[in-house]
Design a protein. Structure first.
Length: 347
């Protein structure tokens, strides 16, 4: 969330000041791959979905224990619908023409992933969930790899010539982000649910009372490395494509997510180095709220009103970077204010 809220701008502004190799690499990593491939920025969304799955273990287990299955299911439905509606509003809601409504987007995908994964967690055992996840990944791979799209003479993973894009073009109504199809479309939501499910397994591991913290870290690191190896190898035949959320992409993104989770768990929970992470806690407890507010409030414009104009111009190439830094500070101040006042958007 830090990078989404404004951290990304700091990287791009730093690159404008210096084209040194390190800044060039960082600048490239903070851009989505146009189609095939994987950059750091392609990890942020699946990492969020992965962590939603991880949080399901802690929240749903508590609800089941205190409220029972019926009330838990009702809560899952309410949360999913609320998050889905927030997604509709984020992309403009009903402020424009009806055909401009985006039915599927980032928050809508998170809502759908949460809904189906949480229900699986309630009704299925971890073993059965693992089987379902494997079937979904393999089934998605088999469909895209061996079944030609109607009207096509050969199998293709290219844009507009694959099953997810075909399904969106024919069956997804209203606004589509890429004109004829959507990167958060109908069919590609299925493997995204697997990303959330893999997060559940990470959550179960973290919550296990039978494993020491050090063993949990090691297990996450090994599982992450294994997922990366399989994902990149699979990607030789089934390309790593975020906009299709290919099965290879699921494993690569989940592998990196598991490794990052292991490292942060080690530093924050095992070694107790926690003070440095406090600003990220402010953001994390109000992630959806800040995500929506950044869309509604132009923090960059606010920052420019404070240090823009002649002030930014007086420091030449550094002006844009200073504006971005002030923008990020304003967002952090808001996050801290909400945290200190215990103002949380709960769905």
């Amino acid at each position: 969330m830090f990078w989404i809220l404004g951290g990304e701008a700091l990287v791009h502004d730093a690159y404008r000041i210096s084209h040194a190799a390190a800044f060039r690499i960082l600048n490239q990593q903070f851009k989505h791959k146009p189609w095939e491939g994987f950059a750091f920025y392609d990890l942020i969304f699946p990492l969020f979905v992965f962590m939603v799955g991880c949080s399901i273990v802690f929240s749903i287990q508590k609800m089941l224990a205190t409220q029972g299955k019926a009330r838990t299911i009702r809560r899952i439905i309410i949360r999913s619908v609320a998050l889905y509606v927030f997604g509709i509003l984020y992309y403009g809601g009903f402020s424009k023409h009806f055909h401009d409504i985006r039915l599927l987007g980032v928050l809508q995908r998170i809502a759908l992933c949460y809904f189906f994964t949480a229900l699986m967690f309630v009704f299925l055992s971890p073993r059965t969930m693992a089987i379902v996840a494997a079937v979904l990944l393999l089934g998605y791979w088999a469909l895209l790899s061996f079944v030609p799209v109607p009207g096509e003479n050969a199998i293709s993973f290219e844009e507009d010539h694959n099953w997810p894009n075909y399904i969106d073009a024919h069956y997804l109504p209203l606004r589509k982000w890429d004109k004829t199809h959507d990167p958060e479309g109908l069919l590609s939501t299925i493997p995204a649910i697997v990303t959330c499910t893999l997060g559940v397994f990470a959550g179960l591991l973290l919550k296990s009372p039978r494993m020491s913290p050090q063993r949990k870290v090691l297990t996450l690191l090994v599982a992450g490395a294994l997922a990366l190896a399989i994902g990149f190898f699979w990607g030789l035949q089934f390309p790593i494509i975020k906009k299709l959320w290919t099965s290879s992409y699921v494993l690569v993104a989940s592998g990196y997510s598991a490794i990052l989770l292991a490292l942060f768990y080690l530093v924050i929970d095992v070694w107790k180095f926690q003070l440095w992470a406090r600003p990220f806690v402010w953001i994390g407890v109000n992630a959806i709220t800040l995500y929506l507010l950044v869309e509604l409030i132009d923090f960059h414009d606010l920052a420019a009103r404070i240090v823009g104009g002649d002030i930014a111009g007086s420091i030449a190439a550094y002006g844009s970077l200073v504006v971005s830094i002030v923008m990020m500070l304003l967002i952090l101040l808001l996050a801290r204010f909400l945290y200190k006042r215990q103002i949380f958007l709960r769905v």
